[in-house]
Design a protein. Structure first.
Length: 318
């Protein structure tokens, strides 16, 4: 069986990129709290460095854009109009701006965490309802964190305001990293419970030799996937197949020393966060033991087009 095991290349995991977006704010709050003169200038430089690559690719992370606009206004207000408010009320102003940014991104249906999540998943995921719902919820949590932190700095004095706000920020980061990993399975299981059956109760009962919890008709890739997952969870499963070998369209046959695929030639979803790779890990299997990297070659009117992956293939065609 051939497969494409090329992993998505990315520099920083999506939700961890939120930490990168926080860097100018952390520097801003620390330096202003220490009364340093660079408390606004340095965050402005950092936010500018974050926004420049986004200008080139014409796609903005709302948090980075809000940071750049805020520190530009703060720089002008502080050094040209001699306003002290951006230094003296740095925490309240900063968290209020971030709360407005998160709220606005929800209103326009472009949650600011969505741009971070897109770094981890292919474009086909971006319009999925559960994908959008997860990012809406994460952005709502961050909006709540920003609002609570602004209120904390308004009502509490040091060091309690710093302690509580840091705890909330840490909660937001952990939630942003863990929730996307757990939420999809929860949404799917919640939907499937509408059509649940009593196999779970039957699985606890002792079985006779020819008794099964679940029967699966057809040993195609869907039947085998379903059967293996159910079997791992303790169900006694019987898969029925009229052909002499399993696999359905994911199998092959031999003729005169040549091997032919019955249907499927390539398998997608073997990248780091791909669904097939996730399924194999669930069963304790390694993709390297089951798949080989596929090379594609087309010969058309005497010309050869060969590629090791989709990127090379698109480049060759272009």
């Amino acid at each position: 069986m051939k497969g494409n095991i090329e992993d998505n290349k990315r520099k920083i995991p999506g939700m961890l990129y939120i930490l990168v977006s926080f860097i100018p704010w952390i520097v801003y709050w620390v330096l202003c709290g220490m009364g340093k003169p660079g408390g606004i200038l340095i965050p402005f430089v950092i936010s500018s460095l974050l926004i420049i690559p986004q200008i080139r690719r014409k796609g903005f992370n709302p948090m980075d854009l809000a940071s750049f606009l805020y520190f530009t206004i703060a720089l002008v207000g502080t050094f040209i109009f001699s306003l002290n408010i951006f230094v003296e009320s740095n925490a309240i102003l900063g968290y209020s701006v971030l709360f407005l940014m998160a709220s606005l991104s929800l209103i326009i249906k472009q949650p600011f965490t969505l741009q971070c999540a897109k770094r981890d998943y292919p474009e086909s995921y971006w319009r999925d309802k559960s994908f959008l719902a997860i990012n809406n919820l994460i952005t709502m949590v961050w909006a709540g964190v920003f609002l609570l932190n602004a209120i904390i700095f308004l009502l509490l004095s040091a060091p309690f305001n710093t302690i509580f706000t840091n705890i909330l920020i840490a909660f937001g980061v952990v939630f942003s990293v863990i929730f996307p990993l757990k939420a999809p399975a929860y949404f799917v299981s919640r939907e499937s419970k509408k059509h649940d059956w009593s196999a779970e109760a039957n699985a606890q009962k002792p079985k006779k030799e020819n008794e099964y919890d679940i029967l699966i008709v057809g040993s195609g890739i869907g039947g085998l996937t379903c059967g293996s997952l159910l079997s791992k969870r303790g169900y006694k499963v019987l898969v029925l197949e009229q052909h002499y070998q399993v696999g359905g369209y994911c199998s092959s046959f031999q003729r005169k020393g040549f091997g032919f695929n019955t249907g499927v030639e390539d398998v997608s979803g073997l990248w780091t966060r791909g669904i097939v790779n996730h399924f194999l890990k669930e069963l304790g299997l390694k993709k390297e033991n089951l798949f080989v990297k596929n090379t594609t070659r087309y010969i058309f009117k005497g010309k050869e087009i060969e590629a090791n992956n989709s990127v090379e293939f698109i480049k060759a065609l272009s």
